[in-house]
Design a protein around this ligand. Structure first.
Ligand SMILES: Cc1cc2nc3c(=O)[nH]c(=O)nc-3n(C[C@H](O)[C@H](O)[C@H](O)COP(=O)(O)OP(=O)(O)OC[C@H]3O[C@@H](n4cnc5c(N)ncnc54)[C@H](O)[C@@H]3O)c2cc1C
Length: 455
């Protein structure tokens, strides 16, 4: 029988562990990633020639980062960096990369596509100089530069104190951290956070270090706005009837992460609405199989759980896949992996409680605010479609307004669109549906959309 074609998309912790497990079991694997080097988001490597010491780049996570960077050394893996999978259907992928446009057939596919920042539009969010939190971190990690000279970090989630700390440690001038989660909310969640005491301790350490450096961390912020004509000049905020304002020239803002799910969608995988994170996620069984049985899901692309969980899940689905191919599986190893994943899932629920997604912010968005920055669609334009044209569901809202029709294909604006629609209709966000996936999932040159036949 011919060797099945196994493809993994994503060379972050999940994809790398999956690839290594399969290769060690004697399977030939194609590993694709649009990045230049393995590592994914958290263990992102600078471009060749711009390397810095691992402890400088990854702090407490340096050993884990190096372990992921080296995990494929000496293994026979067909690794294709700088290659974007921009379309997928059935058992075929469309790629664009250094080899040009290609069509790649597969028998089994592991999706380990990770996550990106989740945004909530606020006044000034489209100004040059306002970055996503992850974007600000990438500037530091990959290029070794800060986003400005007086930087404010705003939003919520565990990345907020981490990125602020990384900037401060690197010598950047962090003038404030504005967290929409209150101290009381975090305190209430702390028993659950103690499920993983080391991770909890790191969070406390980052906050203590910010305090030691004199960076004001303002918690329980109820809204903020960036002022400036062509670039940020100041950020103002509200909290419990008070207002504050601080001069700055750059802002990094983020409200947690959202899973990258477009490829699972294009491949026809079933989705379910996750009440906890208010996101639609591809469904998977306990072993990591999607509803389309030749597709497997691992890491943040199947629900945000962090890098340690991604490593475990990557190895876990690789074993599932091997078992499905009739290969022997180490049952004791599976039990250990599942136990590790269950422990992290408990911690993860506490993180969501400590840093709740402030969906109520959408209720305060004024009509003139841009929601879909690719197409310049304002909240008022969306509201008109809902109130006057009965756009009661996301795809109808998209058809009427062009929300999500631009370069990002809704990756940045769909969450806000859905929250606004659910707010105006006074229904849960799960009731307004989700945007259907469309290729290309990211922009590609037109010339590359007519690849050769599948190989
Ligand atoms: C910007 C950002 C910064 C983060 N920083 C931290 C941090 O400092 N500390 C921390 O604990 N956690 C951080 N996280 C969360 C952490 O990165 C994840 O929990 C972890 O990396 C998940 O691993 P993964 O393998 O599932 O996905 P990722 O590490 O995200 O890897 C997914 C990979 O898939 C590739 N990919 C996706 N779609 C395609 C496609 N269509 N074609 C080709 N390649 C594709 C991406 O290029 C990426 O390399 C961050 C997340 C983000 C989004």
């Amino acid at each position: 029988m011919a060797e099945p074609a196994i493809v993994i998309i994503g060379a972050g912790p999940a994809g790398v562990r999956a690839a290594a497990t399969l290769a060690k079991a004697g399977r030939r694997v194609v590993l694709i990633d649009e990045n230049m080097r393995v590592g994914g988001q958290i263990y992102r490597q600078p471009p060749p020639g711009a390397e810095r010491a691992a402890d400088k780049l990854y702090g407490f996570e340096a050993a884990k980062a190096v372990s992921i960077h080296r995990a494929l050394d000496g293994l026979a893996i067909d690794y294709r960096p700088e290659t974007l999978v921009w379309n997928a259907r059935g058992t075929v992928l469309d790629l664009t990369g250094p080899r040009g446009a290609e069509r790649l057939a597969f028998d089994r596919l592991i999706l380990a596509t990770g996550a990106t920042d989740r945004s909530i539009p606020f006044e000034g969010w489209t100004l040059p100089g306002v970055f996503s939190l992850g974007g600000a971190q990438i500037a530091l990690k990959a290029q070794g530069c800060a986003i400005g000279r007086r930087v404010v970090f705003a939003g919520t989630g565990p990345l907020l104190p981490l990125v602020a700390y990384q900037y401060a440690k690197a010598g950047a001038n962090v003038v404030a951290v504005l967290d929409t989660s209150s101290f009381a909310t975090k305190l209430k969640a702390s028993p659950g956070l103690l499920a993983l005491p080391k991770l909890f301790a790191k969070g406390v350490y980052y906050l203590a270090q910010l305090k030691r450096r004199g960076v004001p961390v303002i918690e329980g912020v109820e809204g903020f706005a960036v002022e400036g004509a062509n670039a940020p000049e100041a950020i103002s905020w509200r909290r419990g009837g008070e207002t504050g304002r601080i001069a700055c020239d750059a802002v990094g803002a983020g409200f947690g992460l959202r899973s990258e799910t477009q490829l699972a969608d294009l491949l026809g995988c079933g989705f379910a609405f996750d009440e906890l994170t208010r996101q639609w996620l591809p469904m998977k069984d306990a072993d990591g199989r999607a509803s389309e049985r030749h597709i497997y899901l691992a890491g943040d692309g199947a629900g945000i759980a962090g890098a340690d969980a991604a490593e475990l899940a990557g190895e876990r689905v690789a074993w599932t896949l091997l078992g499905d191919l009739g290969q022997a599986v180490d049952a004791a190893r599976l039990v250990r992996l599942d136990q590790g994943l269950a422990r992290i899932a408990r911690f993860r629920r506490a993180i969501e409680a400590a840093y709740p997604f402030p969906h109520r912010f959408h209720g305060a968005i004024p009509d003139n605010l841009i929601i879909c920055r690719c197409e310049g669609v304002t909240a008022g334009h969306l509201r008109f479609q809902v109130e006057q044209r009965e756009a009661i569901e996301m795809n109808r809202l998209k058809a009427y307004s062009r929300l999500g029709m631009g370069r990002c294909q809704g990756r940045m604006c769909a969450s806000a669109g859905a929250e606004l629609l659910s707010h105006w209709r006074e229904v849960e966000p799960g009731a307004v549906g989700r945007l259907r996936g469309q290729a290309p999932v990211k922009p590609v040159p037109v010339a590359e959309t007519h690849p050769a036949e599948a190989t």
